[in-house]
Write a protein that binds this ligand. Structure first.
Ligand code: GAL
Length: 685
């Protein structure tokens, strides 16, 4: 159901936290809200296997049957993110160890080491038991493996696995020593056994070791996922399988690399800003999820199956297949920000949900269905809050269910003329100690470029280096610090063929082992950009550097020499006075821009708007008033326009078609109330 039919609506359902008498009310309320999919069992391991190998499935049988009778499908989770107490007692060596060497104990969740054989075996066993019992249950729509892979560990199991992984990656020690530059600080390894995980050490750790550890750990978690997936698939190949991604720069998972291993990319999204920042983050999360789904589609041929696995069904209106993804978790009500909980304003749950649907999500799912009375997350919001169904949140949940039911026909590709490159390894490498500034952050650079383009009204895709770039007018590299030769060639081919490129500082400065490319920054891309940066000038928090013609730069500045490019903007004042800050260069059949600082928000928006227009890109809805977001999905014969009013005033938006949430025809313009959403089946586009 994730790939066609009604949009998915529901969330994490934890019946094990409630007496059985509440379950019937749950199903009745779900039906009232038109919930059609719930994630069950995600943290239920101790209730499913109270003692090793002894299973208590009776309650889950009842729950699944009840849901099925109510017409509600199930995303059945494997509960492996929270091993039961008996497991930790029996296998203390499978508890995780921090980089400081501290072994963590049972008492929260995620207290396991994903490289520990005992954990892996226990995880496979409970997954197999669930597969055995439920793989053909009529309520089963999706397997949800684990929850938010994201823990790390530094125990001996991990160290052994790391060494094995390194032998595969580097082949021999000479290659590893070279990649890690171990001649620095006497770190040369003469035996694999000398290598450990990057544990807490005296001073700065080796950047090559840190980076490979991240890559290794992502692969280790992926292997833990894949072995569960394979046994679930063997039990019933018709059921799609996924795991929910957690977003954040701390996450040790390369989501792009994982995307080809899941049947549907599923993401959890919890904005951290309360104001328009929450809308910006929502838009970025949706574009990232779609980017991973597109990356997966580019990496593998879609399996031709009528069973609904892997390839979205071609909809009636003939829309080109759009890689599907699913918003697996979001908060019905609150936004957590700086230790405080902010209640989402009325209408915001709908707006955030439809912002994800606009960007390709096959629905809107929440954490969680019913607010628990105890447990660590007792004050987390829920579709059925502590106040019960007689509440604003539940009424809005009912409205959201009705709205989603009206959008079944929406499909097609999301219109995007700009691509932003995202690279997990660049994100990890820019977090290393020993860089010129602690403020360098690939993900924040991605967010800044996305924000600027979002405010300027452009549709953006996120891409992984190596992805096809046909059809994009502009490619943005936001501090894409690591560029191996393959990445550099990928960029080069795009520009050679006429593409427009905008690269920000440090893009291409280092190779895939995080070794600086000598000869001047930004290393691999110098000729393409027609510049050579000789020195960097990191700026302190709160500092800014004036730019000639207005605006300021933050975070970073460079002593930049022109080597073929023209200066677009220069620094004004100080030691960089008159030196280029932003440049433009013609190369191949294309154009490249280099931005050696982080311009303030307005300047960056204007700059990206200029670069995008020069590249032939246009905003999704050029006549939309400021503060109104437009996202278009395009099928072959039909298009749908999502409009979001992020202002506190009514806005008139030129549009034609039928508004699907109200069924109202729109002839020339639509009046969008403050905070309102509209979805038009367009005519005349
Ligand atoms: C998610 C997690 C859920 C719940 C939620 C709270 O990251 O998957 O289990 O903890 O956060 O916001």
């Amino acid at each position: 159901m994730w790939s066609d039919g009604p949009l998915c609506y529901g969330g994490d359902y934890n019946p094990e936290q409630w007496p059985a008498r509440v379950w019937a009310e749950d199903v009745a309320l779900m039906r009232q809200a038109r919930v059609n999919l719930v994630t069950v069992g995600v943290f239920a391991w101790s209730r499913l296997e109270p003692a090793p190998g002894r299973y208590t499935f009776d309650w889950l049988d009842q729950v699944l049957d009840l849901l099925h009778a109510g017409g509600i499908r199930v995303a059945l989770a494997t509960p492996t993110a929270s091993p039961p107490p008996w497991f930790s007692l029996a296998h203390p060596g499978a508890l995780p160890v921090t980089a400081d060497g501290v072994r963590l104990h049972h008492g929260s969740r995620d207290t396991y080491c994903a490289a520990a054989p005992a954990y892996r075996q226990a995880a496979r066993r409970i997954a197999a038991a669930l597969a055995d019992r439920y793989a053909h249950h009529p309520a089963l729509a999706l397997w949800h493996v684990h929850n938010e892979y994201g823990t790390t560990c530094h125990c001996e199991h991990t160290a052994r696995a790391f060494r094995r992984w390194l032998t595969t990656r580097h082949g021999d020690l000479a290659t590893l020593n070279d990649a890690w530059t171990t001649s620095f600080w006497s770190q040369h390894y003469s035996d694999w056994a000398q290598i450990s995980t990057p544990r807490a050490t005296q001073y700065l750790a080796n950047p090559g070791q840190l980076l490979d550890f991240r890559r290794f750990w992502s692969d280790t978690l992926l292997a833990a996922y894949a072995e569960q997936r394979d046994l679930l698939r063997a039990a019933n190949p018709a059921i799609p399988i996924t795991t929910n991604y957690v977003l954040g720069d701390w996450v040790p998972v390369d989501h792009a690399r994982w995307a080809a291993e899941v049947d549907v990319v599923a993401v959890d999204h919890y904005p951290s800003a309360v104001d328009v920042g929450a809308e910006e983050q929502t838009a970025l999360a949706g574009d990232l999820a779609r980017g991973w789904a597109q990356h997966a589609a580019a990496c593998r041929p879609a399996p031709a199956t009528a069973a609904g696995r892997g390839s979205p069904a071609v909809p009636d209106h003939g829309a080109p297949a759009a890689p599907a993804w699913l918003l697996m978790e979001s908060a019905p009500n609150q936004i957590h920000t700086a230790g405080r909980i902010h209640a989402k304003e009325p209408g915001r749950m709908l707006r955030h949900s439809l912002a994800h649907v606009a960007r390709g999500s096959r629905g809107a799912m929440f954490f969680q269905w019913r607010a628990p009375t105890g447990g660590a997350e007792r004050f987390h919001s829920a579709l059925v809050p502590h106040a019960g169904p007689d509440s604003r949140v539940f009424r809005e949940a009912v409205e959201l269910g009705a709205a989603l039911a009206r959008l079944t026909e929406v499909d097609g590709r999301v219109e995007a003329s700009v691509a932003i490159a995202v690279d997990a390894a660049s994100g990890w490498a820019l977090r290393h100690p020993g860089l010129p500034s602690t403020r360098l952050d690939h993900h924040e650079e991605v967010a800044a470029a996305h924000r600027a383009l979002w405010h300027a009204g452009y549709g953006c895709d996120t891409v992984t280096p190596g992805d096809p770039l046909d059809g994009y007018r502009l490619l943005v590299l936001p501090a894409l610090y690591l560029a191996g030769d393959a990445t550099a060639d990928w960029v080069r081919e795009y520009v050679r063929g006429g593409g427009h490129l905008l690269a920000t500082y440090l893009s291409g400065a280092a190779d895939e082992h995080a070794r600086v490319r000598p000869g001047g920054y930004p290393g691999a891309l110098r000729d393409l950009l027609g510049v050579r940066a000789e020195e960097f000038h990191p700026l302190a928090e709160g500092d800014h550097i004036p730019l000639a013609g207005g605006g300021t730069g933050r975070i970073w500045a460079e002593t930049l020499h022109l080597a073929g490019a023209d200066a677009v903007t220069s620094y004004a004042g100080g030691i960089l006075d008159g030196r280029p800050a932003v440049t433009r260069h013609r190369w191949g059949a294309g154009t490249t821009w280099y931005v050696s600082t982080r311009p303030d928000e307005d300047t960056y928006r204007r700059l990206l708007d200029t670069a995008a227009r020069a590249a032939g890109a246009a905003p999704v809805h050029p006549d939309a008033p400021a503060g109104v977001e437009a996202v278009r999905r395009r099928g072959e014969r039909v298009s749908w326009l999502f409009l979001f009013n992020h202002t506190d005033r009514e806005q008139r938006v030129p549009a034609r078609g039928v508004e699907l949430l109200t069924d109202a025809p729109v002839d020339a313009a639509l009046a969008l109330p403050p905070g309102g959403v509209a979805v038009l089946r367009e005519s005349g586009t």
